[in-house]
Design a binder for this molecule. Structure first.
Ligand SMILES: Nc1ncnc2c1ncn2[C@@H]1O[C@H](COP(=O)(O)OP(=O)(O)O)[C@@H](O)[C@H]1O
Ligand SMILES: [Mg+2]
Length: 326
């Protein structure tokens, strides 16, 4: 288990599990050899709704928990889909209370167990959300000091192997708080019309925040979700790949009824006995695998133009080993 310290949100210096010197955290977070996606705070973002941020966030949480990890999901969306998706309905304290407290570690007071049955020693907990969070965004806008980093402060000292922040469908202050608290971001998108424009916009926002945080936020990649078998879907998938060749994660996650059914039933995919479950779980497992080396070593180039790219193009330097190499 790892403790999230203040330094976690800032840049420090530790060696990674692979022995490569990395600019990373000075907290007591320990990366697990060979599975270094653990020990991270991962934010799933996109200003568009319905693309699968919550689904992918919960899918990754389940995949990590099945590997024995202690995963904390932070639900930053007032619609509370991650909370209810985890089977948590009766909520007393929410993430809104933790943000209102503006106190280091305040998140600990609101965390509850998910109602998911996870095989093995892993578990999923959640800092639940609720409708009151919608008002918090406006209140944050009037706070000149803590507008951006209240979540980072609230997360201090929280114990978890992996934190997954499910962001709301906007580029507002809640998402900004998510990106100030995270050390790794993934953009989740569907391969639909104009998705590329939206993705480019959120990528720019991640870069701007990373610059302000001296590179302590890394963009690990773009997860393409809800990929159907139509020509249209293939076309938009290709557009995304062309626009962000080094960032689009392979495999994509296919559009599957089993995934929608699992979310509707507030169950992890593995709890469903249905066609497509195994394939969907395998894809999500693979995304977790692909992300692992990408988060093991910070994106050296994130926030800095590296030589060799097209003019104005940012390049993302990642550890050059295995399938995580860029
Ligand atoms: N790969 C998929 N296949 C089928 N349905 C999906 C898939 N991913 C997400 N969904 C469904 O699409 C809807 C929107 O997904 P959600 O994760 O809530 O998006 P967001 O969090 O971006 O708003 C939900 O009903 C969810 O069950
Ligand atoms: Mg959502």
């Amino acid at each position: 288990m790892a403790r999230i310290g203040r330094a976690f949100a800032a840049a420090g210096s530790v060696g990674s599990a692979t022995g490569v010197a990395t600019r990373a955290r000075t907290s007591t977070i320990r990366e697990v050899p060979g599975s270094s996606v653990f020990g991270v705070i991962l934010a799933a973002v996109n200003q568009k709704g319905g693309v699968g941020k919550t689904t992918v966030a919960l899918g990754l949480a389940a995949a990590a928990a099945r590997r024995g990890r202690d995963v904390l999901v932070v639900d930053l969306d007032p619609q509370a889909n991650a909370t209810t998706g985890l089977g948590v309905w009766d909520v007393r304290a929410t993430i809104d209370d933790a943000l209102a407290a503006d106190r280091p570690g305040a998140l600990r007071d609101v965390v509850v167990d998910a109602a998911w049955d996870i095989e093995g020693p892993g578990r999923v907990r959640v800092a639940p959300s609720g409708p009151a969070l919608a008002g918090r965004e406006m209140q944050l806008a009037t706070d000149p000091i803590g507008a951006q980093d209240r979540l980072a402060v609230a997360l201090e000292g929280v114990d978890a192997d992996m934190v997954v922040i499910d962001c709301p469908p906007s580029l507002g202050l809640l998402t900004v708080n998510g990106l100030f608290a995270a050390d790794t971001a993934i953009v989740v998108t569907e391969p639909g019309a104009w998705a590329t424009d939206g993705v480019s916009q959120i990528v720019r926002n991640i870069e701007r925040i990373s610059d302000r945080r001296q590179g302590a936020l890394r963009l690990a990649g773009i997860v393409v979700n809800r990929l159907g078998r139509t020509r249209d879907a293939r076309y938009w998938h290709e557009q995304l790949r062309e626009a962000h060749p080094s960032l689009v994660i392979d495999p994509p996650i296919r559009l599957r009824a089993a995934i929608a059914e699992a979310s509707a039933a507030s169950l992890p995919l593995g709890a469903l006995d249905r066609d497509g479950v195994r394939e969907a779980m395998a894809e999500i497992d693979e995304v977790l695998e692909v992300l692992s080396p990408r988060v093991a070593v910070p994106a050296l180039g994130l926030g800095h133009d590296a030589p060799g790219g097209a003019p104005g193009e940012r390049r993302y330097e990642m550890v050059r080993s295995g399938h995580g190499a860029f």
